[in-house]
Design a protein around this ligand. Structure first.
Ligand code: SF4
Length: 400
């Protein structure tokens, strides 16, 4: 399919909306009251630090809702106002935050059901409204919805669209897109649907494996088995790694994406010579500003004298996991939670480990004075962070 031409024709259709509906002012007031917090504003205004009793909270200088997420949530609220009586669907979680998704459902915005691991679009009727979330939707999903003649409200973040344009460029020039991301993540699924040939690498280790194959060859069957779910149909490592371009899931660890880019660049230089690099390697900067700012702020935060860190964000939020990884790499006790409900009675906390498992840690709050770093992922409203801080203040006050 000519994905570029399809996208262009979709964007010209009268059923397609990717800007608001003129209810911004009304919606802004609603969002402010539902997701903002006076406490967080107070901490921001006092140089991101606040002490109450034995607890000093140090917030990262950049955290929480990013521009793309705020925009997507606002568009969903506007959609409800614009279409008060229509059935409204959303192809996936609008963003990776349980409280925001819950709010969507309360407004009557339904998720497309998943049957046997596949989305069942048969529930959508002509005239229904379907919202595409901040991390986008695959071109196949857009095609199904467009054929159904429903109204599409596309909240895909422009940063994500930028990556799609990058893989389109790779495809046009017959480069294989090396996508740094998680092959199951909705954003990466969407990005790969716009790519021609592609290979998804999760981390530096996988990238090193691929680069070794490029330079020295290897076991083809082992390669294909390793990336069976992470490459384009018919991918052939002996044929499809001669020209590569780098792309990424916008929420991956920035430093890792850069390292992966450098790794491929050096390998292509070594194999084909510096003079021929352009023929074999392409790279555009597709790391989003918000991800970068939050990661940079976390790198600053972990340099401070802290007793522990709390990282708040959805358990399926990739950018939150990256923040947690930074804290753990510094050897700091760090707890990734998705809401205040994970702070349990008896000085216990239920938190997500990097491998995805949940763990309950006992006596996580130290006795006496404690300096606590705090950050949150790009899908987390300030209100969720404020609830966690209030709870910790309250627990420590009671302990005294
Ligand atoms: S993290 Fe970046 S790419 Fe993702 S929604 Fe936010 S601004 Fe957009």
């Amino acid at each position: 399919m000519d994905t570029k031409a399809f996208k262009r024709s979709l964007q010209h259709s009268e059923n397609y909306h990717r800007k608001g509906f003129g209810h911004q002012a009304e919606v802004a007031t609603q969002l402010q009251s539902e997701y903002q917090s006076n406490l967080i504003q107070q901490i921001r205004d006092s140089n991101y630090t606040l002490t109450r009793g034995d607890v000093t909270v140090v917030l990262a200088q950049a955290f929480g809702f990013c521009w793309g997420v705020e925009r997507a949530v606002a568009m969903a609220y506007e959609t409800r106002k614009q279409f008060p009586a229509e059935r409204i669907w959303i192809t996936n979680e609008i963003i990776h935050n349980p409280s925001v998704n819950q709010r969507m459902q309360e407004m009557g915005i339904k998720f497309i059901p998943v049957v046997a691991g596949k989305k069942d679009f048969s529930v959508v009727d002509p005239g229904d409204v379907v919202i595409l979330p901040a991390f986008g939707a695959s071109v196949q999903e857009m095609q199904v919805l467009s054929q159904k003649n429903c109204k599409i409200v596309d909240t895909t973040c422009p940063w994500v669209s930028k990556v799609w344009n990058t893989v389109e460029k790779h495809k046009k020039n017959e480069y294989t897109s090396i996508i740094h991301g998680k092959y199951k993540h909705e954003e990466t699924i969407a990005t790969s649907s716009f790519a021609g040939k592609y290979l998804i690498v999760l981390n530096l280790q996988e990238a090193e494996y691929v680069v070794k194959y490029i330079l020295h060859g290897g076991d083809r069957n082992e390669f294909l088995a390793k990336f069976s779910k992470a490459c384009s149909p018919g991918f052939d490592p002996d044929r499809d790694l001669e020209k590569v371009g780098i792309a990424n899931q916008t929420t991956m660890l920035k430093s890792e994406t850069e390292q992966i880019g450098k790794l491929f660049e050096r390998a292509m230089m070594q194999k084909y010579g510096t003079a021929n690099l352009k023929e074999h390697f392409q790279s555009f900067n597709t790391i989003c500003d918000a991800t970068q700012e939050r990661q940079d702020a976390m790198l600053e935060l972990v340099e401070k004298p802290l007793d522990l860190i709390v990282v708040i964000g959805g358990f399926n939020s990739s950018n939150t996991t990256q923040l947690q990884q930074i804290a753990l790499e510094r050897g700091l006790p760090s707890y990734h939670i998705d809401s205040v409900a994970r702070i349990l009675p008896g000085n216990r906390i239920e938190h997500r480990l990097l491998n995805g498992n949940l763990k309950i840690t006992e006596n996580w709050l130290p006795k006496g004075k404690v300096i606590m770093g705090l950050t949150s992922g790009a899908s987390t409203p300030d209100k969720v962070v404020a609830d966690v801080i209030e709870k910790i203040f309250q627990l420590k006050a009671t302990a005294v």
